[in-house]
Ligand binder design. Structure first.
Ligand code: PMP
Length: 411
């Protein structure tokens, strides 16, 4: 059970917040040990409302890349905040940041800034349809692109018409992608793809290069736009768009989460081909031009370019994966670890290899009780503020949980 203060806050929340909490940060589906409320975050750590400290393997579900309250990033934010943030027009930071993204991301010739990942994917949808005035957009089935009516995973409040012009294909499956393109006929506006398959509850899959290349070719043949939704994985796979290492450049890419180390900003990047369409759509928001998050993003991009953060997160991810594999082998635990090591999905699986929800929850619950915030069915994140000692501590806790696992979850 989470602590007493957390329980009391949850009771109060239930009275004034629909469902007690909403969206991906609701703990409704998490093990009972998972606290709902946190009062402090610093570096690789979080403190809950009862004062318990956790090494945070969720990194805020992605935004924390360099550590919570990073001194340089937060100083850049504070400096800008003291001068001008939300006002009647944007600050010069918007131009500097667009230039920095164009310099950093190979396929990008322009940027539009917004606030959330859903803003960028929804803007990609508008741009793609405006490009040749076509309707059909291909989505990989099960892929998450946000919580707008066209893409929310929970259909309550939406109507079938919201999804009337989407065609679903299987990620990494060239034949299924080709079939979907054929079904779209002359009306194909875009193919949307996650950088790798990072759906909840199922093993993650790295992109098959043949699938990524075919998606590019099909968009070229049909004069449609290719989007890579890098909201979650952006800058955690490479210092560029996440399909760059496959030699595949999209027309559009969506970014959010880590690009300002937790300060609220996201963006849509695009190439010359998509620029005219992007200048025709009407997109805006009261907070989209705010200068402080842009200053924080400029500093984050500087750290991305000049530090070895990426190599360190990969090394620590490898250390965690190897350590957990050896614990699983010794303790006879059916552990599945998939996806890039720095964004691992770690679940207890049944004999068929599918997530055993109850056992995954018990495992993650044991980790949380031991001060290591693990998630039972969503990919996690290795942060650059973590150290080998944090990974080793997580492995010690995992070994203790694994040791008593069989007694606590009788088959
Ligand atoms: N796309 C992807 C791949 C995501 O992971 C997310 C958020 N988890 C989104 C889009 C939506 O981002 P946001 O929650 O900031 O709207």
């Amino acid at each position: 059970m989470s602590g007493k203060v957390d329980q009391e806050l949850k009771l109060r929340a239930g009275k004034v917040i629909p469902g007690g909490m909403y969206g991906h940060q609701s703990v409704a589906l998490l093990p009972p040990q998972a606290p709902q409320f946190f009062v402090r975050a610093k570096g690789a750590y979080l403190w809950d409302a009862d004062g318990q400290r956790y090494t945070d393997f969720m990194c805020g579900y992605g935004p924390n890349l360099f550590g919570y309250c990073h001194p340089d990033i937060d100083a850049a934010y504070a400096r800008q905040m003291a001068e001008i943030d939300v006002a009647t027009g944007p600050t010069p930071r918007i131009v500097e940041l667009a230039e920095a993204f164009v310099e950093t991301v190979t396929h990008a010739d322009w940027a539009i800034f917004c606030k959330n990942g859903t803003d960028t994917t929804s803007m990609a949808l508008l741009t793609a349809r405006a490009y040749r005035d076509r309707k059909k957009v291909l989505l990989a089935s099960g892929a998450y692109h946000g919580a707008a009516p066209w893409c929310t995973p929970v259909p309550a409040g939406t109507v079938a018409d919201d999804r009337a012009h989407f065609i679903y294909y299987q990620y990494n499956d060239v034949q299924s992608l080709e079939n979907a393109v054929a079904e779209a006929g002359d009306d194909l506006a875009a193919i949307f793809a996650s950088p790798f398959k990072h759906d909840v509850l199922v093993d993650q899959q790295l992109p098959n290069p043949a699938y990524a290349r075919r998606a590019r070719e099909l968009c070229d043949e049909k004069d449609a736009l290719l989007l890579v939704d890098d909201v979650r994985a952006g800058f955690r796979i490479e210092r560029d768009c996440s399909w760059n290492h496959l030699g595949v450049q999209p027309d559009l890419s969506g970014w959010g989460k880590a690009i300002a180390n937790g300060h609220p900003i996201s963006c849509l990047l695009g190439n010359e081909r998509a620029k005219q369409a992007a200048s025709r759509i009407y997109v805006t928001g009261s907070f989209w031009f705010a200068g402080a998050a842009m200053a924080a993003s400029l500093e984050t991009l500087r750290l991305i370019r000049t530090t070895d953060y990426l190599e360190r997160t990969v090394a620590m991810g490898n250390r965690l994966r190897e350590g957990l594999s050896s614990i699983a082998a010794t303790r006879d635990l059916h552990l599945s670890q998939t996806g890039p090591v720095q964004m691992p999905l770690i679940m207890i699986v049944n004999d068929e290899g599918n997530c055993d929800f109850a056992k995954s929850s018990t495992f993650a619950g044991g980790m949380i009780a031991g001060g290591v915030y693990f998630h039972p069915f969503h990919n996690m994140f290795i942060g650059a503020a973590m150290t080998d000692a944090d990974i080793d501590h997580a492995l010690e806790v995992a070994d203790k949980v694994a040791k008593t696992f069989r007694e606590r979850t009788p088959a």
